[in-house]
Design a protein around this ligand. Structure first.
Ligand SMILES: C[S@@+](CC[C@H](N)C(=O)[O-])C[C@H]1O[C@@H](n2cnc3c(N)ncnc32)[C@H](O)[C@@H]1O
Length: 273
């Protein structure tokens, strides 16, 4: 049985299994009615409600396997547990893109992973043979990603762990004349950093700097977002126009065991492949 499973969603809530642990959290986009009976929702191990863990706040960290990686999950701030299951499919795509790029380039591709959180995309690329710059503005998130690298037997992989503002790091790399073969980013709607990140105000300039770093024809680009208005077509157009490559977009969707469907944003991928 897969370690990541959406059991049901509806009435503004989602019920999921991460390894052996059942988690219930809000899902404002789950506007239909729940499919399962109230009894099936009654006793999750963890419940996040009204801004706090109201069940399982003291739960010990536990391991969860996905896409050949191992993640440490735990009840964390904001109702997160350390993995965004809707990204698991993109990690498999990234691994394939890295392998193709290695074959084409005849060397390990250099990958820049921004807003990299607990490391899913960075570790998927490293496991497939890339050299990775992992950038996140949150020191605890970078420490968590390093823990996931250890659990995934990638502690010695060529990953640079960088606590930095994505915009500032990319501008500095551009001034230094650095280049990258692949770029992956999952910008939040709002974030941290000097003059906090706002996707509407900051994404265009970031993509322009990234396109300069990635050169005329990057091996691959993956851009995801969970912000209303950033649908698959818009993200694909941003990748196509920004990087001058072919690109496809698709919604990020989780299908529940109950038959319910949860839409969680979109992603676009493209490149020289
Ligand atoms: C939506 S999460 C990314 C989830 C990740 N892609 C995954 O699937 O595991 C957004 C991340 O962006 C980081 N972040 C927010 N503002 C930032 C900034 N200005 N520069 C770099 N990282 C930032 C946050 O710390 C957080 O880890």
């Amino acid at each position: 049985m897969a370690d990541l499973e959406l059991i049901d969603c509806g009435d503004g809530r989602r019920l999921e299994r991460f390894g052996g642990v059942i988690v219930e959290r809000p899902a404002p986009m789950a506007t239909d009615a729940m499919q399962l009976r109230p009894a099936d929702w009654a006793k999750p191990d963890l419940r996040w409600s009204k801004g706090a863990w109201t069940r399982g706040a003291a739960h010990d960290p536990w391991p969860v396997a996905a896409a050949g990686l191992t993640f440490e999950c735990r009840p964390a701030a904001g109702g997160q547990v350390g993995v965004f299951p809707e990204h698991a499919a993109s990690w498999s795509w990234l691994a394939g893109a890295v392998r193709e790029a290695s074959d084409r380039l005849g060397r390990p591709p250099e990958v820049l992973s921004l807003f990299a959180y607990t490391g899913g995309a960075s570790l998927a690329c490293a496991r497939a043979g890339a050299r990775v710059a992992h950038v996140d503005a949150s020191r605890p998130a970078v420490a968590w990603a390093r823990r996931n690298a250890e659990l995934s037997r990638l502690a010695d992989a060529p990953i640079r762990w960088l606590v930095d503002d994505a915009r500032a790091f990319v501008r500095r790399e551009r001034r230094r004349g650095r280049t990258y073969d692949g770029v992956v980013l999952d910008p939040p709607t709002y974030g941290h950093g000097t003059g906090a990140w706002q996707i509407d105000a900051d994404l265009d300039a970031l993509l322009e700097d990234l396109a300069a770093l990635a050169g005329r024809r990057p091996s691959f680009v993956a851009l995801s977002a969970h912000t209303p208005g950033y649908d698959a077509d818009r993200l694909a157009a941003l990748v196509r126009d920004g990087f001058g490559v072919r690109a496809d977009g698709e919604p990020l969707v989780l299908r529940a065991r109950s038959g319910a469907v949860l839409r969680l944003g979109a992603w676009a991928r493209g490149g020289a492949r």
